[in-house]
Design a protein around this ligand. Structure first.
Ligand code: IPE
Ligand code: IPE
Ligand code: MG
Length: 265
């Protein structure tokens, strides 16, 4: 798959994709990349196809992007697949979207198992159709012991909803005496979020030219580097991911402090 990628001309001559990956790996990589996969509908609209055709094409892009992230040694790839707000779309579109995890995992799960990828999900399970949940649960179970990339699907996920639930669970634990209000700090709060197993994203990518978060990981993105691209998700290529990571590597993360010496890029 990767070999099919184009060679890139650089000042040092033509760089093969393998060399490019090796060069990227020499610098600090984002450990957690989160992607708002947007623009499926517009991709279809431009081709006079129904919106669901765009969703299908978008689903196909998850494979090469996952493979590349795994190859790069990224620890977590979180993909925003369906928001708590997306239920207001036409039933036919929602029904189609809810079938995609079965189709995707049905075809890709053996490779994920083989490639040491661990599947996770964050989002509310209750509203999800039984078959959708079953497919995701099977993928989580079958890949539980894998130690490579974690592929984390945000499915029926909303940042505000997540924060509200965290507050409710904290109040419950205070009520039962499990914790006291003095225990509430940033790290304990993070433990009550659906992303508690993961560190905050280092890099957020949103495709399709929209410059907004659409209720995605509101707490966790506090110090994340953002890369917005006009590319529509079904067109998002390995090259686009490499470019986003290179952009990340040019950034200087300061967390409110000053540029640390020797870390200037
Ligand atoms: C992203 O593509 C997929 C989901 C939100 C489920 P869209 O369906 O939002 O595509 P656009 O934004 O209408 O082009
Ligand atoms: C965000 O995209 C949700 C996902 C990509 C799953 P939307 O298309 O739903 O966001 P808005 O409506 O443009 O803000
Ligand atoms: Mg959209």
């Amino acid at each position: 798959m990767l070999n099919k990628m184009k060679l890139r001309k650089t000042s040092k001559g033509t760089e093969s994709i393998e060399e490019r990956i090796e060069n990227i790996k020499k610098q600090e990589l984002p450990k957690h990349i989160a992607i708002i996969m947007d623009g499926n509908g517009r991709w279809a609209g431009k081709r006079a196809l129904p919106r669901i055709a765009g969703h299908h094409e978008g689903m196909k892009k998850v494979k090469p992007i996952t493979r590349l992230a795994n190859k790069l040694g990224i620890e977590v790839l979180t993909l925003y697949a369906f928001s708590t707000e997306n239920w207001i779309r036409p039933k036919m579109e929602v029904d189609y979207l809810m079938k995609l995890p079965q189709e995707f995992l049905g075809a890709f799960l053996p490779e994920l198992v083989e490639e040491n990828v661990r599947v996770e999900m964050m989002g509310h399970r209750e509203k999800l159709p039984e078959d959708t949940l079953k497919a995701v649960q099977k993928a989580m179970d079958d890949t539980r012991d894998n130690t490579g990339l974690t592929l984390n699907f945000a499915l029926n996920y909303g940042g505000r909803d997540e924060i509200i639930h965290a507050v409710q669970n904290i109040l419950e634990d205070i009520g039962t005496g499990k914790i006291s209000n003095k225990d509430i700090a940033e790290d304990t709060f993070s433990n009550y979020l659906m992303s508690s197993k993961f560190q905050d994203p280092d890099l957020l990518i949103r495709t399709s030219g929209e410059i907004r978060l659409s209720n995605f990981m509101l707490w966790q993105l506090a110090y994340t580097e953002f890369v917005f691209t006009d590319v529509l998700w079904p067109d998002f290529s390995e090259e686009d991911l490499l470019q986003a990571i290179e952009e990340y590597q040019r950034r200087s993360r300061r967390y409110g402090g000053l540029k640390s010496e020797g870390k200037e890029k």
